[in-house]
Ligand binder design. Structure first.
Ligand SMILES: Cc1cc2nc3c(=O)[nH]c(=O)nc-3n(C[C@H](O)[C@H](O)[C@H](O)COP(=O)(O)OP(=O)(O)OC[C@H]3O[C@@H](n4cnc5c(N)ncnc54)[C@H](O)[C@@H]3O)c2cc1C
Length: 356
């Protein structure tokens, strides 16, 4: 166990792994990722829907997602030797012509390729959307599905190769400020560092509180469901996201689909078990927005937490305002896989100058 280092990152999900990767790329080789679980990726980073969606609800998140997706398409060779996002595209759907026009205008302003799609063209690729109250969709050809496992393992491997240590079964339990830095107490012993990076996902607020910071987050549990195989949608079909009454679906291999009713319940960190009523909630939603989905059998349901800041739901990437040795990479919300490479790069760029 390393006892003295320059940077300790708390959390080995996308936020922590990407920050570690870009730190070592910037020449900061003495980095420790402290991850409480036995393996990295047991929470949101390993259990999400893997959609690479670039046009989001917030312009600032869209800009991060566009930069993130560009890096996923051509990843650094020491992270992956092939694209980490497919070229299958996406279609955002709506029953309102003005929503579709707004999406087009937003995409144009961001320089994001897009094309309007008529309902017939959408149903040709997605027969189970028959009956959806839509007037059409907007296709985003550079969106796609992310290989989230390859992304996380590639980031961790790249960080390790550059000198970072990944300590699993290592729970951070306290901080003791020292002149010029901090001692981080962990279940595997104390680590002295110049700075601590909170990349603890749903636990970011709790870890920050251990350091004396007062930063509140919302942790919104969402369920994902896997259907049985009906082989109606090709494996390379775009993912579809209905915006008016949120619902999304994507091919999941073997003729199955992954779907979500986009539910959100504010819960405590760690409450990421699936609710017994989640499938009923899905049935309610599809009865309204995509009734043909009632023909699908659900074979598996799971949940995890999307963590949001309370400042306009945009990620928090920066130094704490009151604690000089504390840095935040938290509140990645619902697009953290897509944004991860850009988030880690921005975080490292902000951390490095203070280490000199
Ligand atoms: C249902 C759902 C679907 C999603 N779908 C998508 C999608 O399609 N596309 C997309 O881009 N994003 C998606 N997301 C969002 C994405 O998964 C998250 O934004 C991202 O995984 C957050 O990464 P993270 O590293 O901040 O958090 P996490 O992956 O949760 O990692 C935090 C880590 O910190 C560790 N930790 C916590 N406390 C401590 C401690 N005290 N000591 C040591 N370690 C600690 C935890 O064990 C955990 O491993 C989805 C999220 C959910 C919930």
């Amino acid at each position: 166990m390393v006892v003295s280092t320059r940077v300790v990152i708390i959390g080995g999900g996308f936020a922590g792994a990407a920050t570690a990767y870009w730190l070592v790329r910037a020449g900061v080789r003495d980095v420790v990722i402290a991850e409480r679980e036995e393996v990295c990726g047991l929470h949101a980073s390993g259990r999400n829907a893997a959609l690479g969606r670039q046009l989001t609800e917030h312009e600032c998140v869209s800009r991060l997602a566009i930069r993130g997706c560009t890096l996923l398409r051509t990843p650094p060779p020491d992270v992956a030797d092939q694209p980490l996002v497919s070229d299958s595209g996406s279609v955002l759907l709506s029953g309102r012509a003005e929503t579709l026009q707004r999406l087009g205008a937003q995409a144009a302003a961001l320089g994001l390729p897009y094309a309007p799609l008529a309902p017939d063209a959408i149903l040709a690729r997605w027969p189970p959307l028959e009956g959806m109250p839509m007037v059409g969709g907007v296709c985003f050809p550079t969106d796609g599905l992310i290989d989230i496992h390859a992304l996380l393992t590639g980031l961790l491997a790249g960080a390790r190769r550059g000198g970072a240590h990944v300590e699993t079964c290592c729970e951070v339990s306290g901080f003791a400020p020292r002149r010029g830095g901090v001692v981080i107490e962990t279940s595997a012993g104390a680590i002295e560092a110049r700075c601590a990076v909170v990349a603890a996902g749903a636990w970011a607020g709790a870890v920050g509180a251990l350091a004396g910071a007062d930063m509140a987050f919302d942790r919104l549990r969402r369920h994902l469901h896997l259907t049985g195989p009906l082989h109606e949608v090709a494996r390379d079909a775009p993912f579809v996201w209905y915006l008016d009454d949120e619902f999304y679906a994507r091919p999941a291999g073997g003729g199955a689909l992954l779907v979500s009713a986009c539910d959100e319940t504010n819960v405590a960190p760690g409450q990421d078990g699936a609710s017994a009523t989640a499938v009923l909630g899905l049935a309610d939603k599809v009865a309204r927005v995509a009734p043909r989905f009632l023909e699908y059998r659900i074979t598996r349901t799971w949940a995890c937490l999307r963590t949001f800041t309370r400042h306009g739901r945009v990620p928090l990437i920066g130094w704490d305002r009151g604690i000089p040795w504390l840095f935040w990479v938290a509140g990645l919300g619902g697009h953290g896989a897509t944004c991860s490479l850009a988030v880690g790069r921005d975080a490292a760029a902000a951390i490095v100058p203070r280490l000199r």
